[in-house]
Design a protein around this ligand. Structure first.
Ligand code: 5AD
Length: 346
């Protein structure tokens, strides 16, 4: 699938074309990554952030949320809870926390690794090369850093840094031997269909191993979410809908073939009780149940009405297990590394 074919399919809205697109993505998913759905335990370890991304609810200037940073013991306990339920990957995520204690975090990584034998994914934003190297050495396996949009102008309008800085970090992560994840939001004000098609090509070009795609959800306490944007009504504006997100996900599967693709919480937030399943049948093969302790979870409000704020991970896992068994699929066992990553290692 090349960029112009992608663009053409992104713009199709008739039921039959969309149905066929979803169906092909599902077939390609089955062929390249199989029927297993891998679970990742998401632990949102801190909502402190030095950045001021214009769309994000935990941006530094949002004074309306209460800030937290989990202790090492709390983080370990959450990972252990996930391990007890059979999950073999923990994803530690935070804002770009300026006071993240690097050596204690490295110690925690190696403790989780040795005592719980879990794969460890980090998602701490743009960190220095030295820090990233230290975390890798401590035992981290994977790193998630979405580029959000591949359009440099749009990137700069919604962030403080630049797209090239962001892409540089992805390059470092690859050099350091991480399995790398990236992704975009769909429906950012000012984002065009060509932007989305270009982002999908960039996933391929950068040889990304894991690709997270979610709808942009306006947050009222952010500049981008709080007022009407003239850019939002351009003819070429990509809608931030479930269908548009699923089409992007499907085309990503058709383009990148053997990568891991989560069905995201943002998708579930737009379509509660069915969003995860929708993604799983349009090309996705990973789900990230939330293991953040409930008292903290509500404060990790990157966008409003985030799904799974009350639900225990076991409830979600039970729902998925039932659903998957009715569709000849199952929860994966093992680490579930990205087949794309494994092939590149050979
Ligand atoms: N809507 C949807 N997704 C968001 N993220 C941050 N803010 C929003 C929002 N308002 C996503 C970004 C980030 C990920 C952790 O959450 O894509 O990479």
């Amino acid at each position: 699938m090349n960029q112009s074919e992608c663009l053409e399919l992104l713009m199709k809205t008739d039921r039959e074309s969309v149905r066929r697109l979803f169906q092909s993505a599902d077939t390609v998913r089955k062929k390249y990554v199989g029927d297993a759905v891998y679970l990742r335990a998401l632990v949102e370890i801190s909502n402190e952030c030095r950045r001021d991304c214009r769309y994000c609810g935990i941006r530094a200037s949002n004074r309306k949320i209460s800030r937290y940073r989990m202790t090492g013991r709390e983080i370990f306990r959450s990972a252990q809870q996930a391990r007890d339920l059979g999950l073999q990957t923990v994803v530690l995520q935070s804002g770009e926390d300026p006071d993240l204690d690097i050596s204690r975090t490295a110690q925690l990584i190696s403790r989780i690794k040795t005592e719980l034998s879990m794969a460890i994914t980090l998602s701490f934003g743009e960190r220095s090369k030295k820090e990233l190297a230290l975390f890798k050495q401590a035992g981290a396996d994977r790193y998630l850093l979405r580029f959000e949009t591949s359009n440099p102008g749009l990137f700069q309008r919604i962030h403080e840094g630049s797209l090239s800085q962001r892409l540089k970090r992805l390059e470092w992560l690859k050099e350091l031997g991480y399995e790398i994840g990236s992704g975009i939001m769909v429906g950012i004000p000012g984002q065009t269909f060509s932007d989305v098609a270009a982002a999908i090509s960039l996933f391929k070009q950068l040889s990304i191993d894991m690709i997270g795609i979610g709808p942009y959800i306006p947050h009222p306490s952010t500049p981008l979410g709080s007022r009407f944007h003239p850019t939002g009504i351009k003819e070429n504006q990509v809608p931030n809908t479930t269908e548009m997100t699923l089409k992007t996900l499907a085309l990503t599967r058709l383009t990148c073939l053997n990568v891991n693709i989560p069905s995201t919480t943002a998708l579930e937030s737009l379509a509660p009780e069915s969003g995860f399943e929708d993604g799983l049948f349009c090309g996705a093969n990973v789900i990230m149940p939330n293991f953040t302790p409930l008292d903290y979870r509500k404060n990790y409000e990157i966008y409003p009405a985030k799904a799974c704020l009350q639900q225990t991970p076991s409830q979600l896992i039970a729902r998925l297990t039932t659903y998957l068994s009715q569709h000849s699929r199952h929860i994966g066992t093992g680490r579930g590394d990205s087949p794309h990553f494994l092939t590149q290692q050979k």
